[in-house]
Design a protein around this ligand. Structure first.
Ligand code: URA
Length: 434
């Protein structure tokens, strides 16, 4: 088989065979296919699409490009959770200790932030001492011991995705249904969970810009899940404005800790509860969704979820004094307010622009080698549709560089749009697809 023939076939809109797709993935992972040739195929897929059959072959080839984790020794149904990416998305930090506190075992590998979206692994590492890279045996031991472990994606799982994702990012081929579906589902298959809950974000700060695209992506991933014998449920959630109030690693850890202590921003609460009740059901720990929601709220109220988070941090080597006293977490040098210049209603806070701004301040990375600054970011005081008065504070910028602060002030004022007329609040939970 020759890679040039496979490129030509996809370029000419023909369907690739299982063998051709497997050849491409195996040889690319092994370094025998050059990045420029892989880029040509990826761009051809981006432009010409893939059939469902091709997408499934691609996913399975990527999943089998490395180790497939065996979680059977846990002797429980493991439900994995993944988000298609967003801004201010600290859902895993809250949801996973919460469901674990209700007896749902959690073995979670999280990604890092890339481009304008954040990553859970970076947020966990904002807690001093927290180890996101631990040996696989330790990861499984931790789940057995305390019912939860959260680490970063290891190199040994779906290595083809790691290479392809970085390549896609560098050639502007991220927002594409077959490529996103195969990227997510290959990792989920390799991570060994039996069931999967996917938070499929929709809107300005998501890869899927509208509901139709998000539905199509969801159906594709559910079909792949069926073929891999992994029941998959997709929850479509709104990502037009950032989720919750905080964007930035330490700032989101603080918001997550406050949530676990009962201070729950409404949109974040809705996403956590919707995903949580489905996770409990899939894990076989509660059939009734209404009851499941009550159990989730109860474990916030009685602080069991908060204490499970403390247990998780401690077990991963983190210093829990930073969680018990969040004031100790690193602070930015400059914390400056943005004032409202006119009375009205918040019309728009474009989450993609906010994500880019947080990245410019140092909260995210342009390239995967870049270091991030855990302390910087933005904390909003208002959400879309809220009424605002002149001179009220709309947000605080947390910065460690005076020039970046100056630029952020100008950009944030443009991002937060105020309308003189009433603004309709969009729904947070758009749809659940099974
Ligand atoms: N998240 C992933 O893991 N992969 C994608 O392609 C997009 C979002």
């Amino acid at each position: 088989m020759k890679i040039i023939d496979i490129i030509e076939k996809k370029r000419d809109k023909q369907e690739l065979t299982k063998q051709e797709i497997e050849y491409f993935i195996t040889e690319y992972t092994n370094g025998n296919i050059k990045d420029y040739q892989a880029a040509a195929i990826v761009m051809a897929i981006y432009l010409n699409g893939m059939t469902n059959q091709e997408t499934t072959y691609l996913t399975l080839a990527m999943a089998h490009s490395g180790q497939i984790l065996d979680l059977s020794t846990l002797q429980e149904t493991i439900v994995d959770k993944h988000s298609t990416g967003g801004v201010g998305d600290k859902v895993s930090l809250i949801l996973l200790p919460l469901v674990s506190s209700l007896g749902v075992p959690v073995a979670k590998m999280s990604g890092r932030g890339l481009g304008f979206t954040g990553g859970t692994a970076d947020k966990l590492e904002a807690i001093p001492g927290y180890q996101t890279s631990i040996p696989m045996e330790q990861f499984i031991k931790n789940v057995k011991q305390i019912g939860i472990s959260m680490i970063s994606q290891t190199l040994s799982l779906a290595p083809a995705d790691k290479k392809l994702y970085a390549l896609r990012d560098s050639i502007s081929c991220v927002e594409n249904i077959p490529l996103i579906a195969s990227s997510i589902m290959s990792k989920k298959i390799a991570s060994g969970a039996q069931k999967i809950v996917l938070d499929v974000t929709v809107g300005k700060g998501a890869f899927m810009q509208n509901r139709e695209q998000a539905q199509k992506l969801s159906h594709t991933m559910i079909e792949i899940g069926k073929l891999a014998n992994k029941e998959t449920v997709c929850v479509l959630t709104n990502m037009d404005e950032p989720l919750g109030y905080a964007v930035g690693n330490v700032l989101e850890v603080i918001e997550a800790v406050n949530f676990l202590k009962g201070d729950m921003p409404e949109d974040l609460k809705q996403v956590v509860l919707e995903l949580g009740k489905v996770m409990i059901q899939l894990a076989g720990k509660g059939e009734n969704l209404v009851e499941n929601e009550k159990k989730l709220l109860e474990n916030i109220k009685n602080q069991k979820a908060y204490y499970k988070f403390i247990e998780l941090v401690k077990n991963q080597g983190g210093d829990i004094s930073y969680i018990e006293n969040i004031e100790k977490l690193p602070k930015a040098q400059y914390i400056e307010p943005i004032y409202c210049e006119e009375e009205g209603f918040v019309q728009d806070i474009n989450s993609k622009e906010v994500g880019k701004l947080a990245g410019m301040l140092g909260a995210g990375r342009e390239k995967k080698e870049d270091a991030i600054d855990p302390a910087v970011g933005i904390v909003f005081m208002k959400k879309v549709a809220q009424k605002v008065k002149k001179n009220e504070i709309l947000a605080y910028i947390h910065a460690n560089d005076a020039n970046k602060l100056k630029e952020a002030k100008v950009r944030l004022k443009e991002i937060i749009k105020i309308s003189s007329t009433v603004v309709q609040k969009e729904k947070t939970i758009l749809e659940v697809i099974k």
